[in-house]
Design a protein around this ligand. Sequence first.
Ligand code: NDP
Length: 322
Amino acid sequence: MTDKDIFTIKPKEGEAWDVVIIGSGPAALTAAIYTTRGAASTLILGGESWGGQLMLTTTVDNFPGFPDGIQGPDLMNLMRKQAERFGAEFVQKNVETADLGKKPFELIADGKKYLSRTVIISTGASDKWLAIPGEKELVGRGVSTCAPCDAPFFKNKKVAVIGGGDSALTEALVLTKYATEVFIIHRRDQFRASAAMQQKVLDNKNIKILWNTEVTEIVGKDKVEKILIKSNKENTSGEMVLDGVFVAIGHVPESRVFKGHIELDEKGYIKVNDHTKTNIEGVFVAGEVHDQHYKQAITTAGFGCMAGMDVLRYLDKSVPSW
Ligand code: NDP
């Protein structure tokens, strides 16, 4: 008998799940490990492109337990395997609507209705865009938000990364493996990224940095040809001929589906009342859809653990301590 045989609990046709977890990043999958092991029937509505931001990154060096680092997608596959080991059911579909005004809660994904006694929202955050002319039009034709996915297309080419956080610096380092020239364009004269990441970039001779510079337009007919830039210190402007633009300016919370039911702050982050509770009894939240401070794989996994335990307490099930 496997753990899956022992732990799997499913509702009968037409009955409600104990918990539906929306999302499939570290918060969602950690929550599922806890709820399944606490004997709650658990469905993960994981989204069509499952796994969250770690699926788009390379080496993760700060997740405990991996002294030599681990590739982001490998880490997510391991987490998914662990959640499924205890019987979590995984549906790789996006939630289209969430009716949280009735009980059991009603969620629609790919046209199918799912009922649940509790919900954990762990939809994470998605890429923020510059919202400048040419950006949307040239996505996939030189404009990208994912260097690990697209860097090989820029072999021997010239590219720019926009942003000054850990994501931008990581993207720039990945790109140096392919592109001949990599520029980081940052709007201030100081990076936001960690000191360790800054040092790696400053030590890399293939990366050039344009400080106090903003991109005002991306120009190209069928592909990126150049960008228009302006210095926000000297009030000068100019252009750069290049082949690729990687936008890495942070993320926005994925909370649109819940607007109207769940209280959001002015930036769209879900408001938390008490630990992982939202304004609706029985609806909990975990990860980057509410956390704007830590935003690390390990903290989001921690929030998932907390939400899983809060769900078990709400359902009056005991929380296993092993
Ligand atoms: P951050 O919010 O940390 O950084 C965003 C960067 O983009 C900032 O430098 C910001 O500038 C700039 N920016 C934001 N909006 C604009 C705009 N409209 N125009 C131009 N520039 C803009 O986001 P990240 O995605 O880099 O990181 C998110 C979190 O994930 C962080 O906590 C980070 O530590 C973590 N992370 C960790 C990694 C690792 O440990 N390996 C890898 C990647 C991310 P300004 O500085 O002026 O505000």
